[in-house]
Design a protein around this ligand. Sequence first.
Ligand SMILES: [Zn+2]
Length: 272
Amino acid sequence: MEKKKLRCPAGHGEMKLTNKQKHMNFKGVDIDYPVGCFICPTCGLEAGTLAQGADIQKTMADAYRKKVGLMSGKEIIEGRKKQHLTQDAFASRMKIGIASIKRWEGGIIQSKSMDKMLRQALSGHLCGDLLTGNRPFVIPRVKMALLYLEKVIGVKVLKERDKMLFASKYMWYIDMQAYRETGQSITGATYAALPMGPQLNNYKDLVEEIISATVQQTEPLTEEEKWIIEKVAFAFPRTRDVYNASHRETVWKEKSTGNTIPYSDAYRLTEL
Ligand SMILES: [Zn+2]
């Protein structure tokens, strides 16, 4: 903590550095977090909170993580060091990008399922799945994500007796982007390189199931996931945009027909 002295403007001499508990509602959870500030012992005037910006964000994020039972940034760092792992090695063990590790250690809040995986990896287990993007495949989530996308772009992409020509490409970008940003796909789907572009693996067997899926009993999309879908929607507002973009991707072009496209390829996408 920086050393700083402050004198009371009312002439009472030096003010005292005190840790004050602040209270707020953060993401729907009540949290208390400490903020360093100067208080005059004589008149009680408060001034100059020490932690600002990123510091405060980090303190709040950690208070939140503690409250809801997620690992804090510090706990992740300590756990990783106990395993003698660099951020890079830890990322490979979890089969995610190093950026995610940096973000979580730096104060960005991980999802519950990623927290579970973090704990697994920190207890020495190999984990992570590059075919599903670290999530079990949940068909209703495909429908949920596509319905949300349709709302944003104002075009219907999920159609009966459809080859999912556009829907699959949107889903592919959405899942890859989610994996890149959060360490986890949104649907758990596996994708394959087909002549007409990246496609949901076994899509022929899945189309009807996706269309008739009921989304009510499925874990709803988080704010972060919605934001990722919006990002893809804004990048490819028209169906032909997503079609053309996916055909320019090396990770698709280099694969033989039918080969799966692992989530690690998310870092090599060029159109998003
Ligand atoms: Zn004073």
